[in-house]
Design a protein. Sequence first.
Length: 442
Amino acid sequence: MEKNLNLYIETFGCQMNFSDSEIVGSLMADNNYFTIQDISLADVIFINTCSIRDRAEQRVRKRLKEFRSLKKKNPDLIVGVIGCMAERLKDKLFEEEPIIDLIAGPDAYRDLPSLLNKVKIGQKAANILLSAEETYADINPVRLDSNGVSAFISIMRGCQNYCSYCVVPFTRGKERSRDPESIIKEAHNLISMGYKEVTLLGQNVNSYSWNQGKEEINFASLLKMLAEVDPALRLRFATSNPKDLSDELLHTIANHENICNSIHLPVQSGSDKILKLMNRKYTRSWYIDRIKAIREIIPGCAISTDLITGFCSETEEDHMETLSLMEWVGYDFAFMFKYSERPNTTAAEKYNDDVPDSIKGKRLKEIIDLQQKLSLKSNMKDIGEKFEVLTESISKRSDEQLSGRNSQNKVVVFPKENYKTGDYVDVVITDCTTATLIGKPI
Ligand code: 5AD
Ligand code: SF4
């Protein structure tokens, strides 16, 4: 019998990457590699990487330097770089980071065991082929780092929107949707393991599309099918593109108690000029119309966003438009970034990265400060309200408190009493911070 080997997977980047690491864990388990939590016991380390901003890549490079001491202790240790950075930098990575033995892009994970066999006979091994079909539909992911309550299901891969700033179409290839039957089967599996919440993942979930004979299953119909699997299974999804957010989807959310009232709708900028340069394919007024539709069809729905400051040619007026849009929407939450030029993107090829870093920083601080105010305001208005909270864990601050989320995806902390992880608890909100609601069970 072949000896079992220890695999340590470290993940950087988005939820998609965390989900991919679980697919990799499963593929490797079928080949006698078992994922472990203690890096010092590893025979193989995979670092699942992100290329979205330069800073993400620098963090990975720093981590690779830290692996040197592990390789000194164990010269047989194999280090593999997988994911977006592997895809973007290809063989160049072997030259730049000699510690690396193996490189695999996001569509090449089935090849990992044979790549490892090559490494074992002394070669460096790489597979960075992108595929138009690979969805890993038949793989039942291992659940890494799990709280046993909420899990990810990847429903589509790739992206072909070609936002001018974004590296993802180059690192993850063409958009493709996964067979709905395999998605439903994965949901059933999770339920049988005791999971209570699933987040459906894709770069652009609302352009999900699967042809079943003559019938097209779109994202709204997939969501409806999943919502009807089990009323006790909560559903979330990320990420949606404003250009594809349909009323049909909003009605589906409104009609099902177990589809969470929280929509992440990245706007990136409030200025039409910048949106056009970003190739976002919607305008400020289109976005405002979509927010109005959400407010009308799903009252009380939380709305969050992603914002980029300092994109090419962004003026103070453009920045003001972003601030005013943020105020108008009153976001509950936002991820905010300085623009980082990525090689080969349209923005890198055609536009000048002409906003000085100091101005990017100043604008970033202004949007962060505004978002803090908006988040606090949003949380304050929840004081006195009652929410159903799905308990996820013991609170980080105190063993006597539990932490979970309400439908709006807000973190709610409350006294433990006799409740445990996985319980749905009705909680009334008594206090808050910018990041957390504080309440008591009723
Ligand atoms: N620079 C800064 N932020 C970026 N994002 C994507 N590409 C870049 C870039 N080149 C942000 C967007 C996206 C989120 C995942 O990352 O806001 O929605
Ligand atoms: Fe990073 Fe984008 Fe790749 Fe996710 S898809 S890991 S955010 S580059």
